[in-house]
Design a protein around this ligand. Structure first.
Ligand SMILES: [Zn+2]
Length: 414
């Protein structure tokens, strides 16, 4: 989160201004240093301000200074920020200086807080060792990672590093205690983005009979495209060992090439509760024209929380003419962040003449980079006579490759 301080109109400062300023507020063409001096105090700030790293001074609707906060000084119930101005080359500065107020909202409060994507690498985080102090780079304060390891060796191994190493090597050795800890390590490696390390550990766990590791190898080889034949082999081994993910993967793979064996695996996985298997079955039945069966599987998958199934179900129900039920499913899917559902809701309300509700859904979908929603918002703006806003929506949609938006832009500029 960063803090935004909005400058008021230009005015002389009070005679006893705590910062010794002659003026406060905004005037055109002020320098960044002037904006910072004018904007860094004196504000009523809550405890929240002390957790922020960056301060934005906004004047005339635009960002006119950005500083990194180093301290906050207080005078009675008012506070001033102490900080250093950012300059060219700093990603937060480069992204926002001179740009329209990114904190713009309906609140009249000049002090606002907002999380900006560019500040993510700089966020203060609590040190992972649990000491309660804050770090701005990495998970630990310097030295705290080693100390945290030593604490555990002391707690569980009486400070004997030798005992710890013996235990570790036995637990994770090739022919050691078992597949489960190896599988856990593989999942940790995957979460770190280390797929090579994860693959090695999955292989070791699979060799010890872990069905979950076989399924993960199946996913790695098919979805991450390493080797589909190996993928099928691992899915089959995992499925035969009883893993639901592997059954679903194998079922989908076989069904994709019209192998009838695929459906029996999908049915087995669905009966074990796999919503993905239910959804895949429904799609197969639907593409075969068996709409009644497809609907009942979409319904089971949607009831099990499968979001894309909710949208497909909504589509089928809408075709049958039951608008209210379809809208219920779309709304539920949109609540889970599905942009296609948001877009469908936008179109639905637009057709019924509720422009405000339509706009709300299109805006939500556009926020998630749905080009069709951007195009629709552009159309709505154009109909309202605001060519400039229409153009900016269509430009965003065109940047995402939306053909009608590209054509629309040509029409606007012609
Ligand atoms: Zn620490």
């Amino acid at each position: 989160m960063a803090i935004r301080l909005r400058l008021g109109p230009f005015a002389e400062a009070a005679a006893d201004d705590p910062l010794g300023r002659e003026y406060v507020g905004w005037f055109p063409r002020m320098t960044e240093a002037e904006a910072w001096e004018s904007g860094r105090g004196m504000w009523k700030l809550g405890g929240r301000a002390r957790r922020e790293r960056f301060a934005f001074v906004v004047g005339g609707g635009n960002v006119c200074a950005i500083a990194e906060i180093v301290d906050i000084t207080d005078r009675k119930d008012r506070s001033a920020l102490v900080g250093g101005l950012l300059a060219t080359g700093h990603p937060v500065y480069d992204a926002w200086i001179g740009k329209p107020d990114p904190f713009a909202n309906t609140s009249r409060n000049p002090v606002a807080y907002e999380a900006l994507p560019e500040e993510a690498p700089y966020l203060k985080r609590q040190c992972y060792c649990g000491c309660g102090e804050f770090t701005t780079s990495g998970d630990f304060l310097p030295g705290h990672d080693v100390r945290a390891l030593q604490d555990r060796v002391r707690l569980f191994f009486g400070s004997s590093a030798k005992d710890f190493l013996d235990w570790f090597d036995t637990t994770f050795a090739d022919n050691g205690a078992g597949a489960a800890p190896l599988y856990e390590l593989a999942e940790l490696a995957k979460r770190r983005g280390d797929l090579t390390g994860a693959e090695d550990l999955w292989n070791r766990a699979a060799a010890l009979g872990s069905a979950k590791a076989m399924a993960s190898l199946g996913v790695l080889h098919t979805i991450f495209g390493k080797d589909p034949q190996d993928g099928e082999m691992w899915y089959r081994r995992g499925a035969e060992a009883g893993d639901v993910t592997a059954m679903t993967g194998l079922g989908a793979m076989l069904s994709a090439r019209s192998d009838i064996e695929g459906e029996s695996w999908l049915i087995r996985a669905a009966d074990t509760g796999s919503a993905e298997a239910m959804f895949t079955l429904a799609e197969i039945l639907h593409s075969r024209g068996d709409h009644a069966e497809a609907r009942s599987w979409f319904l089971r998958a949607a009831d099990a929380g499968h979001v894309r199934a909710m949208v497909s179900l909504g589509d089928l129900i809408l075709k049958r003419g039951d608008e209210r039920e379809a809208v219920d499913w779309y709304t539920q899917a949109a609540g889970h962040g599905d942009t296609r559902a948001m877009f469908r809701l936008g179109n639905y309300y637009l057709k019924r003449g509720s422009e405000e509700r339509a706009r709300g859904w299109f805006l939500q979908a556009a926020e998630h980079d749905h080009p069709g929603a951007m195009y629709a918002l552009g159309l709505m703006r154009r109909r309202a006579g605001d060519q400039e806003a229409a153009q900016s929506w269509w430009r965003r949609a065109a940047d995402l490759g939306h053909h009608q938006a590209i054509d629309g832009l040509k029409g606007l500029s012609a």
